[in-house]
Ligand binder design. Structure first.
Ligand code: SF4
Length: 382
């Protein structure tokens, strides 16, 4: 019998951490998604001093320290505050939920808008809609964050002008840099007035976006591949997890920009680092699998996830994605994936095609061996 996961309805932060199976999860909303060399080295050292030395990149581009002893949380926060990584209070932290394209350049519109939004969060001008409510600042030539969770998006139309967009709406509103934050506040206030915690939920419940949202958005690019970009080199960590030694080694190469794709951009790097724990080959099968921490790291998990995902990665057809979830909550993949395995009891998984971890299964109660056999047969089928 499977037991429904507990939906806590809020996301952990640093000031409001969440208790997991391995201690507190302390999630850093890194300003502009950028860690300086000093900050990255400092976070690595603190993750060992206060936690279990393991760090996660979240699917919103945040960085989580794991295994924090609750009795030492306050000391950790003081140390992180000294690195300028902690907000003044919990109200600011809740509002400063920003995801930023890692390809921004100093002084560009993304850089400018992000600073404006941070300033608005600091004076609590951004409405407190919910702890999951967030903004994506994605004003490069073509959006790259459309597949990642956000409620209000700043994008660029095909003709080049800035657009304000609500998640779930096909059209955006042309805005200027001067009015962007005021317009975003008005849109967030509108979502809250609908009684919804998320923009897409307000629209799905039948609300109509306010007037002025009448300009076509352009389709975004899919998740970027590993390699070199004008801003630096993009590398990945399996399951978005890295240890403190890896973070220190990355910091030694330059400032780091975090992404929602379990990838890190090493600012200014012109060569891909040769670190055994990093993925630098775009054809690596591990890029085809996502998995939450599962058992025993998460108290809600019904089964193990990452070892199974590693074992199955090579069987996942190129171009497809496998999601292994420790329970029906599906934290690692908020959207549907080609194949999802949801643990129900230890060593048994439900298989879902083209759905989320809580969707009706196509096959139930499969063992790891049965899953491997099923994937092999599917790959061989004409
Ligand atoms: S999906 Fe994974 S991380 Fe999320 S609650 Fe379930 S077991 Fe825990």
């Amino acid at each position: 019998m499977s037991i429904a996961p507990v939906i806590k309805g809020w996301c952990p932060g640093a000031l409001r951490p969440m208790l997991s199976g391995d201690g507190l999860v302390v999630r850093l909303r890194v300003p502009q998604g950028r860690l300086t060399v000093v900050q990255a080295r400092g976070v690595a050292e603190l993750s060992q001093r206060y936690g279990n030395g393991m760090l996660d990149l979240s699917n919103r581009g945040n960085l989580q320290l794991r295994g924090i002893d609750p009795a030492r949380h306050e000391g950790l926060i003081d140390a992180l505050r000294a690195l300028a990584l902690i907000d003044a209070d919990e109200h600011t932290e809740r509002r400063r939920n920003l995801m930023v394209t890692p390809f921004w350049q100093a002084g560009d519109d993304t850089n400018f808008l992000t600073q404006q939004l941070i300033a608005a969060a600091q004076v609590h001008a951004l409405p407190d809609v919910s702890s999951k409510f967030g903004y994506a600042v994605d004003t490069g030539q073509q959006p790259v964050l459309q597949g990642d969770p956000a409620d209000i998006r700043f994008e660029r139309a095909a003709e080049g002008q800035l657009l304000l967009c609500a998640e779930g709406a096909e059209m955006g509103k042309p805005i200027s840099l001067e009015t962007a934050v005021t317009e975003a506040i008005a849109l967030a206030t509108w979502v809250r007035a609908q009684g919804a915690s998320r923009a897409a939920r307000a629209l799905a419940a039948g609300a109509t976006v306010p007037s002025g949202f009448d300009h076509p958005r352009q389709s975004g690019l899919s998740t970027p591949t590993l390699g070199h970009y004008p801003a630096g080199a993009l590398v990945a960590c399996a399951f978005g997890q890295m240890d403190a030694e890896t973070l220190t080694a990355l910091a030694n190469l330059g400032p780091l920009r975090l992404t929602p794709w379990r990838m890190v951009l090493i600012e200014g790097a012109t060569a891909l680092p040769d670190l055994p724990s990093l993925i630098t080959d775009a054809a690596d099968p591990l890029l085809r699998v996502v998995a939450c921490i599962g058992a025993p790291g998460c108290a809600q998990a019904r089964g193990e996830t990452r070892e199974l995902a590693r074992d199955l990665a090579a069987s996942v057809p190129q171009g497809q994605r496998l999601h292994v979830s420790g329970c029906a909550k599906g934290c690692a993949a908020p959207r549907a994936t080609d194949i999802t395995l949801t643990a129900t009891v230890p060593d048994q998984y439900d298989l879902i095609r083209n759905g989320h971890a809580d969707a009706a299964p196509d096959l139930r109660g499969l063992t790891p061996a049965a899953i491997a056999s099923h994937l092999r047969k599917s790959a061989d089928a004409p």
